[in-house]
Design a protein around this ligand. Sequence first.
Ligand code: HEM
Length: 510
Amino acid sequence: MLAFACLILSIVTILAVRWWKLKVKFARFLPRAQPYYPVIGNLQIALPFGKSAEELLELLHNYFRQHDRMFAIHIGPKVAIGLSHPELVQQVLNHPDCQEKSNVYELLRLPNGLLSSKYKVWKLHRKTLNSTFNIRILNSFLPIFNDSTSKLIKLLDQQADTGKSFDILVPFTHCTLGMVCETSFGKKVLEREGKQHFFDSLEVLLTSLGKRVVNVLLHSEIIYRLTPMYRNEIKCRAACRRFTDKVIEEKRAEIKTLFTGNSKNPTDEALSDDEGEAYKRPQIFIDQLLKMPLMMKSAYNFSDQEISDQVFTMIIAGNETSATQMAHTCLLLAMNPAVQEKAYQEVQQTIPTKDTYIDAEILRKLVYIEAVLKESMRLLPVGSLISRKNLQEIVLDGHKIPKNTPLLMKPYSLHRRSDIWGSDAEQFIPERFLREDAKQRHPYAFIPFSGGPRGCIGVRYAMMSLKIMLALILMNFKISTQLRYRELKIHYQLSLNLAGPHAVSLERRR
Ligand code: HEM
């Protein structure tokens, strides 16, 4: 009996040592994130107890600040690699074996959506989806961006000249949700019965997702399922699905008729919008997904479930990010009146009246506005942590990294490196994106939209819509705030956000 027990113990020990060699030993020559404690390593970063979200962000930022190139984060027996140098970030984001996302993305429950799908599914889908974000399709969205911004200006106008401050993130969230839903479903769908219930359910869904992501305990499916949040999430998810399933069913029938029900060549008919310089109508995302396989043999034929996952992914990935980045930008402009005045001057010289429709030509001329947005994305990037894992062993700086190691990159810290951005790296200076020396900067020193083949598919969509929103806001209002940059409390929700409201007040420009 004793011999048997010894045998089992020896086998377990051998297996544990092997596992340790494979999973952890590789990291022994890498610098460790500090503070590091024996046995638990850097476990304190993963535990939600006794730390505010701001402290968590500061701790992680410190890890990245401590190391010039790469380092190991030990979470108990697991090791993750932090990459703080743009050269290594570039290598990983473009490495064919590093296009897999880490498990935390599974919390989205969208296995077919671009943001969270496994590598094999993602590769199939991304190729086809890239064409739904080409520049001509994006230009076809300009009327939606202009129209949604006009509604936003009306909402903001109710707050203007009151002398009171308000949270500007709230109207921005309404605006960007409207934009992304309209470009995904089309205007008519958003006028139909049941749309309010859909929006309300969507809001609950996004809120509970945000709460779950920042609470490591709730990452456990077993614990999460015991909470009322889970039951609520499932109810709202089902309500959203019923809405989109109905839309997809009707759209599919509509497009089938278009392709089979008349004597014209179906491709000519479907492409009739496509002949001129620009599309006459917005090229709605759902329609694109349904039409493409009928028009191009090489295009992926999405199932209803896959379309639904992709649409929800666009809403999740495109709404909060854009709204929060806009709110950060307005706050930073309010804190820097001279920059705001310079941005206003550009808007005034480029856009003739407050009612002018902003087209692609005007957008191209708004170079300072673009620099302002970039500078806000540098200091307060909403996507402040990027996580990948390698599907095969890779070599970084001469270190062999075993497969399935989490690889973490942190734009927030990368964007504040004084060796790259200068001694004024902590200051808001949009001109740094327009100066001659900007061309010398490493291309992966600035990655608010991530980068490489799995970078943000909506980067141009976001820049176009944000430029229109910002230009028209500045055209109409002067923004002020009582908040001070140094006192801002920054933390994680789904994205990098403020602990408190983006409190600003508005004064109408005559
Ligand atoms: C200011 C606005 C935005 C920012 C800062 C932003 C940032 C990012 C970042 C950092 C990623 C990589 C995430 C990761 O690897 O963990 C990402 C991915 C993604 N974004 Fe955006 N995004 C923005 C707007 C949008 C918009 C408007 C859309 C769509 C309409 C969109 C759709 C997506 C999708 C689908 C992905 C996943 C891409 C893939 O894995 O292939 N984003 N975004």
